[in-house]
Design a protein around this ligand. Structure first.
Ligand SMILES: CC(C)(COP(=O)(O)OP(=O)(O)OC[C@H]1O[C@@H](n2cnc3c(N)ncnc32)[C@H](O)[C@@H]1OP(=O)(O)O)[C@@H](O)C(=O)NCCC(=O)NCCS
Ligand SMILES: [Zn+2]
Length: 231
């Protein structure tokens, strides 16, 4: 696999037999979610991760050893680490995506566009001045989508590096929503980032960051057939 593979599942792909493939920590997290849709999204993220890695490692999904240790608190809700593969999980609305590459760290972020968000207030805490100025050019009706594009581009980058929400997103500047995705500025970070927006339907924004000096191809794959397989 020299391309990044992004495997996509829909919440309707869930099958409760998949729980058998989870480890104890994952079952604990699954049980702790109050809402059924959160349980479904989490279960699908685990199942796609385990089944794809199972194929690559040629072992059953339940034998895949995942390190989910959070670098802040030690609990099992951090970026997923596994020997021999870089990956990133994201879920929102009806969609669950998992990106894989053998060597380059990847960061995937998908967000369902919520037309009810207060984009102007969110911009204060997450956008640079230049980005906020750009956002005001959008009609109020289009602002939620434009903000969400800024957001997934930034999140993809900080998920690839593993920094996550510890980052001050106002200092990480990305290209305007109507231009191809790119990281423009992030003082202190000197690595190369390939940033792409992924087309996954008009209700969603999704971005993928790949920490690679060379261009990498991105393939999107429907995970539904993989999740249907029994035993
Ligand atoms: C990672 C983070 C940016 C994800 O935000 P989100 O948009 O709400 O959720 P997404 O569905 O896109 O991503 C969730 C996935 O990110 C991954 N993740 C968690 N921490 C991560 C990090 N620091 N870097 C990269 N990926 C991370 C996990 O695989 C998680 O999947 P899971 O819930 O199935 O375990 C955000 O949760 C974060 O920064 N968390 C770290 C800080 C924090 O709140 N820690 C918890 C308290 S110590
Ligand atoms: Zn934590």
């Amino acid at each position: 696999m020299t391309a990044v593979e992004v495997w996509w599942a829909k919440i309707g792909d869930v099958r409760w037999e998949l729980i058998a493939e989870l480890d104890e920590a994952e079952r604990g997290r699954l049980a702790a979610y109050a809402r059924q849709e959160d349980k479904d999204r989490f279960l699908l993220g685990c199942a796609v991760t385990r089944r794809v890695l199972g194929i690559h490692l040629m072992i059953p999904p339940s034998d895949v050893r995942l390190d989910r240790k959070c670098e802040d608190c030690g609990r099992p809700h951090g970026k997923v680490k596994v020997e021999g593969m870089q990956l990133s999980v994201s879920h929102s609305g009806d969609l669950i995506g998992v990106a894989f590459h053998p060597t380059a760290p990847v960061g995937l972020d998908v967000e369902k566009v919520d037309l009810g968000i207060d984009a102007n207030s969110l911009a204060v805490v997450s956008l640079a001045e230049s980005e906020t100025k750009e956002l005001t050019k959008y009609e109020p009706a289009d602002r939620a989508r434009a903000f969400t594009t800024y957001w997934t581009r930034k999140e993809a980058v900080v998920k690839a590096t593993g920094d996550g929400m510890r980052t001050d997103l106002r200092r990480l500047v990305v290209s305007p929503p109507d231009q191809p995705a790119a990281l423009l500025e992030w003082p202190g970070y000197d690595g190369r980032v390939q940033l792409d927006d992924l087309e996954i339907g008009s209700d969603y924004a999704a971005s993928l960051a790949i920490l690679s000096p060379d261009p990498v191809t991105v393939n999107s794959i429907d995970a539904a057939p993989l999740l249907k397989q029994t035993g």
